[in-house]
Design a protein around this ligand. Sequence first.
Ligand code: FES
Ligand SMILES: [Fe+2]
Length: 358
Amino acid sequence: MTSIVRNQWYVAAYGREIGREVFGRTICGESILFWRREDGSVTAMSDRCVHRRFPLSEKPSHLVGDTVVCGYHGFTYDADGKCVAVPGQTRVPRTARLKSYPVVEQDSFVWVFIGDDDRSDSVPVPRAPWLDAEGYTTVSGMEPLAARASLLVDNLMDLSHETYLHGGYIGTPEVANTPITTEVDEDAQVVYVSRHMDDADCPPFYATSTGIQGRIVRWQDIEFHPPCLYLLHSRVAPVGVLPHEDGSDPDGFHVEVVYAITPETEHSTHDFWAVARDFALEDEGVSDFLRESNRTVVLQDVVALDALERVLAGEPDGYQELSINIDTGGLAARRIIAAQAAAGAEQVPESPAVLSTR
Ligand code: FES
Ligand SMILES: [Fe+2]
C-alpha cells in the first residue's frame, strides 16, 4: 500500500524557482509542470504532452505568452492545460487536455494539491508565516533525499540525534540528555514535542549568529503538522534570561526552523528547509553563516537517511524496531500519517489520470 498521503497540499517549490521558464518537478509520483502566467500567478499541470508524452518541462518546450508549446511536435496548451493548437489540422481533439493542479503561493512556497481537485477547497493550506513576514530574515534551500519521507519525519521528530550526527554544528550533550514532553492534538492533527534546556552549551550555530558568549537557555518546541510541514520554534538566551510574565520576550533570540517534507516518489523526498530569525535582520554575514551551517546540517542528515533507505530497501518487511522515550513524537507522527494515507488510499485511482475530458 502507498505510504503517500493524498488529498493534501504539498510544497512543490519556492516561489523564486518558478518564473517565465517551464519548470518540472515530480511530487508524490506525479510529474508536474509549473510556470508563471504573464500576470505573475503560478499554474501547474501534467508534465506529459498528451500526444507522445514528451515532458513539457524539457527544452525545446517553451512558453509563448500564456501558453506552453510542446518541444516535440508543437501541441500548445493554455494555462488551464487545455490544448488550443495542434500541428497540421485546425480541429483540436476534444480530449486533448492536461490534468491541471490546484496551486497556491503562500509564505514563499508554491503549494500544490495532490488528490481529488474538488476536495482542495476543504483542505487548508498549511502556514509558515515567518518565511516572508516583516520582522524576520530567512535563509532557505532544498536538498534532494534518496530516502522515503517517513525517514525524514523520524529524524526531525527526535532531535536527540543532533548530539551525535550534528556535533560541532547544532548538537551539544544537553540535547540528548534532556527528556522531552510529547503531546498530540488528535482533532487538529498536530504533534508537539518539547525539550527545554535551562543551562546548556551554546553550539556554534547560535553562538556565532546571536553573539551570546557562555551557556544558554535553549528551548526546542516542535509543532508537526502531518504529513508534510514541520515547525521548530527555537528560543535561545543567556542562562537565566526568560520571557517576561506577560509573554513578551525582548531578550530572547528566536529562530523558526521550517521543513516541508514532500515525497518525490515512495523512496525519495524533497527536503525543503528554511531558517527564519528575529535578530540581526540586516546582517548578511549572519545570513551567510546560517545558510551554510543549516545546509551542512541538512546534508549530514541526507547522508544518514540515504544510508538508512538502502538498509530498509534491502530488508524483508516486518523487522521489529526498538523504540524508547525519545521516539514518542515520531511514533505519534507515524500513526497519524498511516491513518491519513489509509483514508486517502480509498480514493486513489488505479493510475493517475493524465487525460481528462472535462
Ligand atoms: S509529444 Fe508533444 S507534440 Fe508530440
Ligand atoms: Fe538532523
